[in-house]
Write a protein that binds this ligand. Sequence first.
Ligand SMILES: C[S@@+](CC[C@H](N)C(=O)[O-])C[C@H]1O[C@@H](n2cnc3c(N)ncnc32)[C@H](O)[C@@H]1O
Length: 409
Amino acid sequence: MGLRLEGRRVVVVGGGAVASRRVPALLDAGADVLLVSPKVTASLEDLAAAGRIRWEARGYLAGDCAGAWLVCACTDDPEVNAAVAAEAEAQRTWYVRADDAGASSAWTPASGQAAGVRVGVLSVDPKQGDPRHSAAIRDALLADLQSGRISARHGRRHPAGVAIIGGGPGDPGLITVRGRQLLAEADVVLTDRLAPRSLLDELRDDVEIIDAGKIPYGRAMAQEHINAALVSHAQAGRFVARLKGGDPFVFGRGAEEVLACLRAGVPVTVVPGVTSAVGVPASAWVPLTHRGVTQEFHVVSVHVAPGDERSTVNWELLGGSSGTLVLLMAVERIGAVADELLRYGRSPDTPVSVIADGTLPTQRTINSTLEQVESRVAEEGIRPPAIVVVGDVVSVAAEITGLMRHVTA
Ligand SMILES: C[S@@+](CC[C@H](N)C(=O)[O-])C[C@H]1O[C@@H](n2cnc3c(N)ncnc32)[C@H](O)[C@@H]1O
């Protein structure tokens, strides 16, 4: 049974860890939460301060359950929980005792949602069952729904149109939950070279996979063909997932694909992704900002070199700033970039990190300086895809990795 709690009073007695977990779910369900507890956790205090719950900062008093549709007894004192339960029972209100499932009139399942369904798991006998067992089964079910191993695609609400999905920088674990759900529901998937392709192995056999990286005709034409393929498959009634590397709207031409769909009258949605600009440095322990080091970072595409007439980048400004620079598509033009930054004021010994194949098993990092990075990249044979990070934050990564060597997992 699912309870519709919108606007209905739920009384929660106790303000510790259990209440902190339960109250947000009750609020998500629209409940009118009254919290009774002399002390509460910081997160519950924030909810009270924001006016999202009413908090009575005192111990439980008989009569607190008046008007409630549901009562949660979450204190760490069994006598108080028993008194709360007795009041609820007497007035015929369902109640959950956090300390004693056997003395509760209702049980809270381990629950979660994926692929358009809510899953709730209860032990066969919740009076004796182990809640961790239910939670583990819930997690396994959600993971399978998210990956498409359990398919909900034949349900009544099969999505339509196109989903432009940011797949993250390469590690399949770095796609978002929503991205993975929509991927699992697709009839057709158009992938990119840098998308997390290992996710494709999990798709059903009848899903058509189109490798957009292999579409001929050169870059500009290829994009037109990709747009046309998205539109034509969607217009034929198929749900199309466009799986891209990183975030679709960061040097990913995602907006061009959105515009093409909308111009053709095709519904489209965008799922943000972890951009390589941020995720790859993190995977190499490079923070892009660090207190006392820098308060800014700039993300720059170097698909054309400084000085190229197509470049719109203000290298003078970047050379003069002390902020972190995150350079994409820069490996082949790293010498020209370093020269430009030195010319406009960066110091020759500015630390530089080059991270290739970030988040993948083949990830490699080289550390150098602005003066020497070009020769180091050549010596080490670094190839794209790579992220180049310029700035003093690179030294923080060195400190982190130095300490890591002394800490065993
Ligand atoms: C066309 S851009 C796409 C960026 C993507 N939309 C994003 O948000 O990450 C391609 C560039 O992203 C960077 N890149 C993407 N994935 C990477 C990875 N796993 N490791 C290092 N760099 C990566 C490289 O600089 C590569 O040349």
